[in-house]
Ligand binder design. Structure first.
Ligand SMILES: Cc1ncc(COP(=O)(O)O)c(C=O)c1O
Length: 454
């Protein structure tokens, strides 16, 4: 069982013996994590070090007595930074960093061509409940959303329903298609509870709605939307469901079959802490053959012949991997697979509990400020993920532009947050991942109080 309490100072002979044994076993941990020993060397506490080493050795199926704080040692992030902006980009842990480095080295030394062997697709499919041929690898969420947007059959006048809380990567492809093909984008405002959001969603559907394109977790205020219920309503009305899944993987557990969506675009470079520039796309197998592909090359099809008259090209393969065409960044894919391995080793449920516990703590601290702030993220448990959005009340502070001002001020002190300028929101978003601590949250909230209200 994972322990969330303070670190135990047990330095009994037995533990010390284990510590020495673990040093002898470091070579094995090096193999599992691709060289993370530097990460372990700065763990001060003997108990934590022992637990960290046994975790690395891979002898146990869960985290044992390991405290989440010990996992901070997995990250090369400098100790003077408090990174509370995982919603923009995950920080890279040593295992992933070393996997990428080693694979680039392997290619340089052996002229090894990256293998398109389906192992990453299979590993991800296993985690999100898809079939391996329903997964394609992309370079980011935006690319996946473009494949979806341009792949589904829509004609002039068809409506696509979206929210007013979209990221540019989530909405630009659809708005662009609206300009080029005359489809119509309709929007609705998300509610302050899942029930209210669902109600507004349902009311916004019309007889012309052909698809919805909605984030599972919007980038603005980070609430978990009732996507499963939306997909179910959509299916009953023959509406195609397209989910912008930039955030959930690595934050909360989900299963694409259980959600019942047709399309889902995600990434490895946020919450699952994979390499920057890696994404994925799920296409339900029932939709695969109806989904158009406009860009094809190697890996999209089986055969071509320019010697025939006329030249011949076989049909695209009926696998979502056809969307990852041509030479690709193999070492990044290896790093992405390593990030999934680490995620599973720590435990998806452990991670979900930890990140939600931290965001809950943060929300409480912010609410305790009273009317100095306006809380934007719902307080109900089912809607809260690992990001909290709020605004500083301009009536209660002397600062001008307090929201962007505080984000800049915090950055100057080594605390990294995100100002949300999208759609005129002008708010602050704080992300809490498992490498963050309550102490870091306290430092951030204290700085906020000092900046805005003293
Ligand atoms: C909800 C949402 N959708 C789409 C994107 C775009 O993701 P990417 O940068 O991987 O293309 C982001 C990025 O932050 C996002 O938060």
């Amino acid at each position: 069982m994972l322990q969330n309490g303070p670190k135990c100072k047990n330095t009994s002979k037995k533990r010390i013996l284990h510590l020495h044994q673990s040093i002898a076993m470091k070579r094995r941990s090096f193999l599992f994590f691709g060289g993370s020993l530097a990460a372990a060397s700065s763990v001060q506490d003997a108990q934590a070090k022992w637990a960290f080493e046994s975790f690395l050795n891979g002898n146990q199926s869960d985290m044992g007595s390991l405290h989440f704080e010990a996992l901070r040692e997995l990250f090369p992030l400098k100790s003077d930074r408090i990174f509370l902006n995982n919603g923009t980009m995950g920080i890279t842990p040593y295992p992933v960093l070393h996997a990428v480095q080693n694979e680039y080295k392997n290619i340089a030394e052996n002229a090894a061509y990256p293998a398109h062997n389906g192992s990453l697709e299979a590993a991800l499919a296993n985690i999100v409940g898809a079939k391996a041929h329903e997964i394609g690898i992309t370079k980011n969420v935006s690319e996946g959303i473009n494949h979806i947007c341009w792949g589904i059959p829509l004609k002039k006048g068809d409506e696509v329903l979206m929210t007013t809380h979209e990221h540019v990567g989530g909405c630009a492809p659809w708005l662009h298609r609206a300009k080029l093909d005359g489809i119509v984008i309709k929007t609705f405002e998300i509610g302050s509870t899942a029930a209210e959001t669902l109600n507004r969603f349902e009311k916004a559907l019309t007889s012309k709605t052909r698809a919805f394109a909605i984030p599972h977790i919007p980038c603005t205020i980070g609430q978990i939307l009732p996507i499963k219920e939306m997909c179910s309503i959509a299916r009953s009305k023959n509406i195609i469901s397209c989910v912008d899944g930039a955030h959930p993987l690595g934050m909360i557990e989900f299963n694409v079959k259980d959600l019942g969506c047709d399309y889902y675009a995600g990434c490895f470079h946020k919450w699952v802490l994979g390499p920057i520039g890696t994404g994925w796309l799920y296409i339900n197998e029932e939709r695969l053959s109806q989904t158009k592909i406009t860009h094809v090359a190697a890996y999209s099809l089986d055969n071509f012949n320019m010697n025939q008259i006329p030249p011949m090209l076989s049909d695209p393969i009926n696998k979502a991997s056809r969307y990852s065409y041509g030479t690709f960044a193999g070492p990044l894919w290896v790093g992405a697979e390593k990030s999934l391995e680490l995620y599973q080793k720590i435990g998806p449920k452990n991670i979900e509990n930890q990140v939600k516990s931290l965001s809950g703590y943060l929300q409480e601290q912010l609410l305790a400020i009273g009317d100095g702030i306006q809380m934007l993220t719902p307080t109900e448990d089912i809607s809260r993920g690992a990001q909290i959005g709020f605004k500083i009340n301009t009536q209660k502070t002397k600062k001008e532009n307090p929201n962007s001002g505080f984000v800049n001020h915090a950055r100057s002190k080594g605390i990294i947050l995100r100002h949300v300028a999208e759609n005129g929101l002008d708010s602050i978003r704080i992300s809490t991942h498992y490498y963050n601590t309550r102490n870091e949250i306290d430092q951030c909230v204290n700085l906020l109080k000092e900046y805005a209200f003293s």
